[in-house]
Design a protein around this ligand. Structure first.
Ligand code: ADP
Ligand code: ADP
Length: 232
């Protein structure tokens, strides 16, 4: 499903160059929940952003759901992003649109008819448990509800891969657990592959099948969560 081969990302900077990602190799399977953990600055965000073409690698090859995202551009990349969607720490919702219209937004962009959109949005609202909140604005929602909108929006076009960029880091522990439960449910029901980055061990332990540990741009350990984190 996802193949990351000899990937390097160098950012220019005043002090010289920053090697944000340094020769990373990973293979992630269909239907897997794969976690990347590391301290701030380890390169997690750069790595996950290369999975949907938000960043291009300086070197190496990234293939996600048969899209060579390290190479494609323009309309091809936009099309690929329907299959590789993303949720964010600060939700990135449109503040002047209701829950329903936030979720419908990617469908509008994809050219889905109004009738189909309404039907699909209703399904998504049920899937993420936001019944009754369709006409609320993001400012009227709790953090957890905002992330549910983010998840519904990300799932609108039936993606094959869901990327989660610190998706629970702005939430309290209880809300974090409810969002992680939802991700597990979605993974099981839709067979979606999930890649998440986090600095929280708890998140990895709770839902990931395998984990990569990043330090200074390198993957320093990788394997099943129970093997990598043996001691509770
Ligand atoms: P993490 O997500 O693990 O916190 P990042 O991928 O954000 O790590 O950052 C990895 C390294 O790359 C850090 O040293 C960071 O300062 C640097 N970096 C990230 N984005 C940029 C950028 N756009 N320009 C220059 N340096 C960057
Ligand atoms: P929470 O309390 O759940 O963390 P916030 O209300 O703080 O949610 O908002 C989450 C994110 O949305 C923050 O990054 C914030 O800057 C941004 N945000 C909040 N209000 C607005 C607004 N009116 N327009 C655009 N962005 C906003």
């Amino acid at each position: 499903m996802i193949s990351i081969k000899n990937v390097q990302k160098i950012y220019p900077s005043k002090q010289g160059q920053v090697k944000a990602v340094d020769d990373v190799n990973l293979e992630i399977s269909d239907g897997e929940i794969f976690g990347v953990i590391g301290y701030s600055g380890a390169g997690k965000s750069t790595l996950i952003r290369m999975l949907n073409g938000l960043e291009l690698p300086t070197q190496g090859k990234v293939v996600v759901a048969n899209n060579e995202v390290s190479k494609i551009k323009g309309s091809q990349l936009r099309k690929a992003r329907q299959e590789i969607s993303m949720i964010f720490q600060h939700f990135n919702l449109l503040w002047s649109r209701t829950v329903r219209d936030n979720i419908a937004f990617p469908l509008e962009i994809a050219g889905v008819s109004k009738k189909e959109r309404l039907k699909r949005v209703d399904e998504l609202i049920k899937l993420v448990g936001l019944e009754g909140r369709e006409n609320a604005y993001p400012s009227q929602l709790s953090g957890g509800q905002k992330q549910r909108v983010g998840i519904a929006r990300a799932l609108a076009n039936n993606p094959k891969v869901l990327l989660c960029d610190e998706a629970t880091s702005a939430l309290d522990p209880q809300t974090t657990d409810s969002i992680l439960d939802l991700l597990v449910d979605i993974n099981a029901r839709l067979g979606l592959t999930i890649v998440l980055i986090t600095h929280e061990m708890h998140v990895i332990r709770k839902i990931c099948h395998r984990v990569a540990v990043m330090e200074n741009g390198k993957v320093v350990e990788m394997g099943p969560v129970l093997d990598v984190f043996k001691n509770p």
